[in-house]
Design a protein around this ligand. Sequence first.
Ligand code: KIV
Length: 293
Amino acid sequence: MSKVVSTLTLQKYKSEGRKIVALTAYDYSTAQILDRAGVDLILVGDSLAMVALGHRTTHAVTMDEMLHHTKAVTRGAQSALVVADLPFMSYQVDVTQAITNAGRFVKEAQAQAVKLEGATKLNLEIVERLVGMGIPVMGHLGFTPQSVHGLGGTRVQGRTAEEGARLFHNAMALQQAGVFSLVLEMVPSIVAKMISQRLTIPTIGIGAGNDCDGQILVTDDLLGKYTDFKPRFVRRYANLAESCQEAIKNYAKDVTNREFPDSSESFAFPPDEEAELRNLIDEEEVVRGELTC
Ligand code: KIV
């Protein structure tokens, strides 16, 4: 029987020193593949804005688009914990807006948790309120893509002692507010290690070295399916873009050469009905011809 992962499972994995395996998914079939491969946590990341919708940043994706994709992912995931990313400007206005949108993820899309970026005063209040009403929240610190313009580009965060200490301070504040886990993105390994050792909740790293309690990658990066750019921290385990293009070229060749479909890929008609079918079609043609004269 497959395990069903909850926030408590992840906490247990941290205390046992078992690494947490997390990946992104934006659709049903990908969620099924990840789930059947034993992935613990599936994030419907707002990276879908770039990877699935072709935007240059994560900003453009809307709450309704995120809901649409989250519904597909929760249909495909039987065991993994599904976390939905609150998109840009779906929680930054006030607590009421954040509660309304987090609630939609749980109520309409069956997500089990939500994620938000940063540790502003408002975010800490949002986390406390959501956790208080039974909605688990994941934090996200380090490089936070929704703040890419404010951060001056896609850059490693926490590169000085002071910045690293600020990250630690924010991580502790989020933990205290009640997040069940924390993503650390593009943070020097030693900073991520110090934070991971001191937090009681599990950290999930992306470009944050090998000492986080778990790792997450964008699945399309790992599979070599999204090829606009490859961050340094991505390891490619397949080259799907290339193999898919090859498969599609072969399909096009077979169609052009009349080699697809063959009889095993088509539906037969009873041979003794063929003559009758011809008659009926001929008759129909004659009637139509008379009608248009
Ligand atoms: O949106 C996303 O995919 C993410 C992960 C990369 C952590 O936030």
